[in-house]
Design a protein around this ligand. Structure first.
Ligand SMILES: [Zn+2]
Length: 488
């Protein structure tokens, strides 16, 4: 073929390719927003080659899960959350979290080898037996068995305390510190909503527990003494017990707007009410704001990150506007807090773009937890793509795996959140490769950062040198193209 003809052929081929790509994109735009776990023609992964290939890569990355409430093997474990959702009573729960959602069926099939296509009443006894047998067979190693099934190397457990089955190096503790911010009577705070009425007493009893652990009989009369004999020793205790981070669930209790309050203001409020009386809400806010920054500063000094719940739920009286990451900007801009790493747990949810805006601060991270359970992979993929374009070194994988009821244990939620995030990440990165934003090689680097190494560096984890499941090894519980996934 002479040069002119070759050039002509190439041009025609390029033209044809461009047409094909346009059609592919148009088809993608038109494609109905069916959830990924429902059967689709050919299965979701075959529609987009780069996403399918990236998924195969991503499923083999041994993950670090930034946020869960994994249970111990103690039956009736009650320490998985300082503010357990059950106490809120009845409130509307997203359909995706309900047992009838098809994601749970997919999880039963993947984790426990449940073989039926639907969950009829007749199948429940068999399924419950299988789950009970797995728990009995693995005993104290059950939580670790779960991590091996889902390809997770390290899981952070945000709990009041750790316990049997949740030991390092596979499980790392994230403690709760809101109680330290609440040394005065919370009667007025609790009266603000019917849900807060149930939540504040839990914080009061957690503070009593912290005092008992330090053998402090009663709260000291001066703020400085409170900081020196209660706040700091509690943080140090948590650090010694292996905490990699401390967590604020403050958004369930109040707004995330933590002002810069002069010490003398906080000192006066503390001294006036610590031994009785009801502070006004403005007075208490000033003290809490002061304590929040103190706790965050000290946590940073001790080498623990600060996790902050930022999401549109839970609860029927939850104040969504008070959970906006933008409210944290004054705290993030406090120069004395720049040595503290903050993680916006749940990535701000509906405020994911605001979370991204906060990532201009060098010490602010986001994770995918809760979104991984509640949003579709398509929605999460769009969020991830925005984050990854701008600040990929501070995006963390997380699930928010927790027990959602007797038949919907944390291990199933962990499978769902892990599978959905791996799928969403493949979609986001596939799109980025297709549109030339990143190379295929860079996409694999980004996937490894999100799933594993970003968290490894943030918490100084000594991760195994084997960052991926070995070639011959298949992560047993995760769907693949060869081993037909639950959705096809
Ligand atoms: Zn959580």
């Amino acid at each position: 073929m002479d040069e002119a003809r070759l050039a002509g052929a190439c041009a025609r081929w390029e033209g044809a390719l461009a047409m094909v790509m346009m059609n592919v994109r148009r088809k993608e735009d038109e494609r109905p927003a069916t959830p990924w776990w429902q059967p689709r023609e050919g299965g979701v992964m075959t529609r987009d080659t780069s996403a399918a290939e990236l998924y195969e890569f991503i499923r083999e990355i041994r993950a670090v899960d930034n946020h869960t409430h994994a249970n111990t093997v103690v039956s009736g474990d009650t320490e998985a959350d300082a503010l357990p959702l059950e106490v809120l009573g009845d409130f509307p729960v997203p359909v995706t979290l309900k047992p009838e959602s098809p994601v749970w069926l997919a999880a039963y099939r993947a984790l426990y080898g449940f073989s039926h296509e639907e969950l009829s009443d007749a199948h429940w006894p068999e399924l419950r037996d299988t789950m009970r047998e797995a728990a009995e067979q693995h005993g104290e190693r059950f939580p670790e068995w779960v991590l091996d099934r889902i390809g997770t190397e390290v899981m952070l457990a945000n709990r009041v305390a750790m316990g049997p089955g949740l030991a390092p190096p596979r499980f790392r503790w994230v403690s709760f510190v809101d109680a330290l911010m609440l040394p005065l009577s919370t009667r007025a705070e609790a009266a603000a909503t019917p849900e807060r009425r149930k939540l504040y007493p839990l914080e009061a009893s957690l503070l009593r527990r912290y005092l008992a652990e330090l053998r402090v009989g009663e709260l000291p009369g001066m703020l400085e003494t409170y900081l020196r004999t209660v706040v700091l020793p509690t943080l140090e205790r948590h650090k010694r017990a292996g905490c990699v981070a401390v967590k604020f669930e403050a958004a369930l209790l109040r707004s995330l707007n933590f002002a810069d309050v002069p010490a003398e203001t906080a000192r006066a409020v503390y001294a006036r009410y610590v031994h009785g009386g009801e502070p006004s809400r403005a007075e208490y806010k000033a003290l809490q704001d002061f304590l929040f920054r103190e706790i965050a500063r000290e946590a940073g000094r001790l080498g623990m990150a600060v996790h902050i719940h930022s999401f549109e739920g839970p609860g029927a009286f939850y104040e969504v506007a008070g959970a906006d990451p933008l409210l944290l900007e004054p705290a993030f801009n406090d120069p004395s807090l720049r040595h503290t790493s903050f993680v916006l747990v749940h990535g701000g949810g509906v405020f994911a773009a605001h979370a991204r805006a906060m990532m201009w601060k060098p010490n602010v991270y986001v994770d995918t937890s809760a979104m991984a359970l509640i949003y579709t992979p398509e929605t999460l993929a769009a969020i991830l793509r925005d984050w990854l374009l701008q600040f990929p070194e501070r995006v963390l994988f997380g699930t928010d795996a927790a027990s959602f009821g007797p038949d919907t244990g944390w291990e199933l939620a962990a499978w769902i959140g892990t599978t959905q995030t791996r799928t969403a990440l493949a979609m986001a990165l596939g799109g980025m490769v297709r549109s030339g934003e990143v190379s295929r090689v860079r996409a694999e680097e980004l996937a490894t950062m999100v799933m594993r190494t970003n968290a490894g560096s943030l918490y100084g984890l000594s991760l195994g040198t084997q960052g991926r499941a070995r070639e011959s090894e298949v992560v047993p519980g995760l769907p693949s193209r060869e081993d037909p996934p639950a959705w096809s």
